[in-house]
Each structure stands twice: as C-alpha cells, then as structure tokens.
Write a protein that binds this ligand. Structure first.
Ligand code: AGP
Length: 621
C-alpha cells in the first residue's frame, strides 16, 4: 500500500530516492517524504501531503544532500493524508528516522507505554510508534552497558523493537550517528535489496532498482538486512545470519515508461495483444493437444488425482477466478470453488484433502491473498500462484505456479493482468481437461482458438473510437448497470469495477437474469445498462433481459459480436467485437469495458492511473 526506498553509498541519496518514489507512486500517493543524513549535520526531512512531484519541488528548496537516505510515498491507513502523518518519522530525540509499509495492530498499547516514558508524538500514525520504540530500545540497550551505541546496538535495538510488534511491516531505518548504516526489516510487507558497487539500495519492489543494479535480494518475512556502503548482511529472527539468495533483476521489470501514451492504463490496455501473446508463449503443446507449464511442481499423476480446485483472489483477480470457474468446470469437469481471499483466510471452510488452491494475483503482494494461501498451505493443500510479479511474496511462498509475463502493470486499475490471467486459466482448464476426458481433437480446437487471441485483441482495439463517442453521451450518469450471463457474468462485474474505481461513478454488475429479482427497480432514463451480449448459448435470454430494461426506459449500451437488427433497433449504443467461442468472450469483451471506463473517467477529469483512495497493491488487511 505504500512505497519505500533507501540508499546508502558514495553518491548523493536524493536522486535515487525521488526516482524510486516516482516509480513506486502507484502503490500509494496521498503524501510523500524523504530523509537524508549529512555528516555532523544530523537527519534532515522534507515531506509533503500530495504527490511525489510536489515533494520533488519542496526538496529543491532545501539542501537534501548526503550519501544515505530513505523515502516513502504513502497510502493512508492510520491518520489522514497530511504532512504530519507523512513518512519518514523521527524516533527518540531525532535519534533515528524510518519509513514503514504495513499495519501495526498493537500500536496503541505500545504508544501508551511510550507516552508514559515521556515520548512526544507528532502524528496519528502507527509508524511513528515504531520509530520511538526503536529509539527507546536503543537507549535502554546502551544505558545498560553505560556506553555510546555502536552498529551492533542499532541492530539489536531494531530486533528488540520488531519483536514487540504485532502486524505487518516493511521498514527502512536511518540512524543519526551512523552515516554508514541503513537497516531494513520485513514481515508481511515486501522489501527488495539492490546490490551495487560501493552502494546499496532498498525498495518495496524491484521497479526503483531498474537501471541502478541487476543484483537483488528479496527479503523474506522475519529477515533484517544491514546495509553498509560496501557490504550487506541478512539476519533472520530465528536463524541468525543467513546467506542471502542473490537473484538477477528480471527483464519484466524493465519497461516502466509511458512510451507516448497519455496514461499507463491506456498503454496497458493497448499492450494486451502482446501481453496475452507472452502468457501463451511456449505453453501450447500441439503435439499433445494440451498446455504445458513449468512450475506447477506436481506430476501429471498427482494432478490427475485432483478432485476439487479453489480459486481465490481479490478485486479484479477474484473476477478472473469467477471466469476460471466456468472454464475449468466446462473444459475439465472439475468442481471449482471461488473464494474471496479475505473471506477464505478466516471462514475455515471444510476442504477435501484432494483439493488444490490457486491464488490469483497481479502484484503477488495482496495481503488477503497471501494470508489465504498460507492458511490453505497450513492445512496441507498444494498452493499455486497465478501471478505477474516474479519473486513476489505470493510467488515465493506458493508451492508452484504460473507467471503471467505481462510486464509491469502500473495503472492502478488492472487491465492486461486480467486478460493474461484469463488466458492462463484457459490453458490450465485445457491442461486439466486433457488429463481427463477432453479428446485430442477438442484440445486442438481449443489451441486454435487460443492462438487467435492476440490478433483478435488487436482487432477489438478498433472499437476505441466508437467507445469514445459513447462515453461522451453517458459520462454524466451517476449510476450504471453491467449485465451478462454465463462467462460474461464475471465480465459484467469487471466492467462495473473498472468504471467505479477510475470514474467514481456507482456501478453494479449482475447476472442479466438477476435484474428481475430487484435491481430492475434501479432502471430509469438516467441509468445506462451495459449488456455484454455476444452470440452464444444464452444469447436469446440476454436479449430478453435487454428488452426488459428498454421497456422501462433504461438506456442500453450493447456489446455484440455480430449485427442483429433486433439489437440495433433496441440498443441506444452498440459496440461490436470479434466473434470467439463462449469461453474466450471475457478476454475480448474486457477491451471495450476497459476503454469505456477509461474514456468516461477522462471526461470526468479523474486521474485514471492514480484514482483517489486506491493503491495498486493492497498489502494490508
Ligand atoms: C483492480 O482494477 C483493482 N486495482 C484491484 O481490485 C486489484 O485487482 C486487487 O487489489 C487485487 O490485486 P492483485 O491482483 O495484485 O492481488
């Protein structure tokens, strides 16, 4: 939910800190700050409410030089988005400063104890409590030995403080009297360490490290990294010093530029032919009329024994899971349960032993999805991640999985990750189907359809001009309905979510038939209904629902895959997409749904890449 950066080395820290915060801003952007340390001058902090660009302007007015520093861009959890609540926060009497990502659940009791010791708080945040707690541990630790603190005392103070925390944290800590020391600690919120030449980096994910280093270490939970300009030590809470697993920064993290597009969201919508091509690459096995994956980490015999599948995720990834249910149950005839991860982690459902669990996630850091997979793993189930970020927490902790290879998705509203998730789920359904009853010919037909997807998506992008015109007619609406059946019921939910999260218009997705059971009361001349109504097994039924809405004076926007005079007569606006088999319709229909939300949000003056109140990766409960 927040972005953290840190630098220690031979250069000024400020340039990396600001560049890194700009690249992390999609994770949270209601306030930002940096701190640097100059020898004999102590810690200097500049922070602002608002975006990183405002912070950069403020930094220009100050002399934020120094070879070590930290930075933070915030998504508020405790306390409003104000300058006082922005990070970094000071601990003790400016003894140290820190940036924090996560939620400390027992911060109130800790704060109460610190207040009784005379610590003064400037903010409403849980993070400032951690800063004072580390300072208090440092003071206690050195008073005990009646000497000035050294580096080991700083490490011990951090370890003693985090041992008292309950909740999640990614921390980077800078000590006033140690310009050659930076400490990072992780539990539940991601941190990546970058190894440079006489310089070290730390960040919430790998994107700030691009162009600065290629050697990285993904910290694991309960690990603490001690960064010096020329060395890195990794300590584990229980195991002591551990050998870090140094990895190479994946090329997937490289491209974070807009490439001439007005917004990341638009770029990522238009990237979908390529991102779906990347998802399919090397995974369609014509010789055996099936799909193949390198990372399931189960044998075909073990997978053949699977009797039930749970698909879990949040938001758009949960919508992907709903499509996955239709795909796997139709193509593989395996019962599928779809679970909100935030529910699955606590509701303790009875689960048969031959059930495997897939966590679907773009970021690989969504706290609820991570927790749900941990819970299912604890119960002994094989867990898999369908994920876009290599080396992310969920990718690392799952027993196996499938990467999307969609490249960085910067826009907060998920677009290319969604269609890549659906492409992977379609291949997974093919794979499981061919383990069971699906014939060779049927498998080949599915492969033929999947191989057409990138060109079909290219063709679908041609609807943009029509969608843009339709957006001008309905951008002032205050309510929308999205309706579809079968595979396109999840599409309706996803279309509604896209509109909600970037245009702030209230929108509801429903199975089209559900309208009769109450929601049709919402229909009036000011409430457009978007019908996803390509030809297919339930086409006539959806058409009837469309007529029911029209009969009540509701404007209708129809997404169709052929010219039907009846729809042309009934609908107020028609968007035509290419015809594909039912099971691939959600992938194609996603394009007009994404573009409609994008164009309406633009007309309403919304920030489509950084919508209010949201963050790209929800790493807190
Ligand atoms: C989608 O547009 C939203 N930004 C949000 O619902 C997102 O899908 C959800 O937070 C899950 O994120 P994940 O896929 O990274 O786990």
């Amino acid at each position: 939910m927040c972005g953290i950066v840190g630098y220690i080395g031979s250069q000024d820290a400020c340039p990396f800190l600001l560049t890194g915060l700009q690249r992390l801003e999609y994770r949270g952007y209601d306030s930002a700050g940096i701190a640097t340390l100059r020898p004999r001058e102590g810690i200097r902090i500049t922070k602002t409410a608002g975006r990183v660009v405002e912070l950069a302007a403020a930094v220009k007015q100050t002399n934020m030089v120094g070879p070590v520093g930290i930075g933070h861009t915030r998504w508020a959890t405790h306390g409003a988005a104000t300058r006082e609540n922005a990070h970094p926060h000071m601990g003790g009497n400016s003894l140290l400063t820190l940036a924090h990502n996560g939620v400390i659940e027992n911060y109130e009791s800790l704060k109460h104890a610190l207040l009784s010791k005379g610590y003064a708080f400037r903010s409403q945040t849980d993070s400032e409590v951690v800063a004072h707690l580390i300072a208090d541990c440092l003071k206690t630790h050195t008073t005990e030995f009646e000497r000035a603190p050294d580096v080991q005392d700083c490490i011990a103070a951090v370890q003693n403080a985090i041992a008292q925390l309950r909740g999640t944290y990614g921390l980077v800590i800078l000590f006033r009297d140690f310009q050659d020391l930076l400490i990072a600690a992780r539990c539940g919120s991601p941190l990546v360490v970058g190894i440079g030449k006489n310089e070290q980096f730390v960040a919430s994910d790998s994107s700030p490290l691009v162009g600065f280093t290629e050697r990285i270490i993904y910290l694991a939970d309960h690990q603490l990294a001690v960064l010096r300009p020329d060395s890195i030590q990794v300590l584990h809470r229980d195991q002591g010093r551990v050998q870090p697993n140094v990895q190479t920064l994946s090329s997937d993290s490289v491209d974070v530029s807009l490439e001439g597009y007005a917004h990341y969201m638009l770029k990522e919508i238009y990237e979908q032919p390529q991102s779906v091509r990347n998802a399919l690459r090397g995974r369609l096995d014509r010789d055996n009329a099936t799909a193949k994956f390198g990372g399931l980490n189960l044998t075909p015999q073990q997978l053949r024994g699977v009797q039930r599948i749970i698909l879990t995720g949040c938001g758009t990834s949960w919508h992907s899971a709903l499509v996955g249910e239709y795909l796997v149950e139709e193509l593989a005839r395996i019962p599928v349960e779809v679970e909100y991860a935030s529910e699955l982690r606590y509701r303790n459902p009875p689960v048969d032993h031959d059930t495997i669990v897939f966590g679907i996630t773009q970021s690989g850091e969504t706290a609820d999805t991570l927790a749900a997979l941990r819970e299912m793993k604890r119960k002994g189930h094989h867990t898999m991640a369908i994920c876009n970020v290599i080396g992310s927490s969920i990718a690392q902790e799952a027993d196996g999985g499938i990467y999307l290879h969609a490249g960085p998705e910067i826009g907060v509203a998920s677009t290319k990750a969604f269609t890549s998730q659906l492409s992977v789920l379609a291949m997974l359904a093919l794979y499981f189907g061919r383990l069971r009853h699906l014939s060779f010919e049927a498998g080949l037909r599915i492969i033929d359809q999947l191989e057409q997807l990138p060109s079909m998506l290219e063709e679908t992008l041609g609807c943009h001009a029509a969608v843009k015109e339709i957006a001008t007619r309905y951008a002032d609406a205050t309510n929308f309905l999205y309706l579809g059946r079968n595979y396109n019921f999840p599409s309706a939910l996803e279309g509604a979510l896209k509109l909600k999260e970037i245009s702030y218009i209230h929108a509801e997705g429903y199975p089209a038939a559900e309208m009769k059971h109450g929601p049709i009361a919402l229909v009036d001349a000011d409430t457009p209904s978007v019908f996803i109504v390509p030809q297919g097994t339930v086409y006539d039924k959806v058409l009837s629902n469309l007529q029911e809405v029209k009969a009540r004076g509701g404007p209708v926007i129809a997404i169709v895959d052929h010219v039907d005079p009846q729809v042309t007569r009934l609908a107020d606006a028609v968007i035509t997409i290419p015809k594909v088999e039912d099971f691939l319709q959600p992938i194609i229909a996603a394009i007009p749904l994404q573009l409609l939300a994008y164009e309406i949000a633009l007309l309403r003056g919304c920030d489509v890449d950084k919508p209010r109140n949201l963050a790209k990766s929800v790493t807190v409960e």
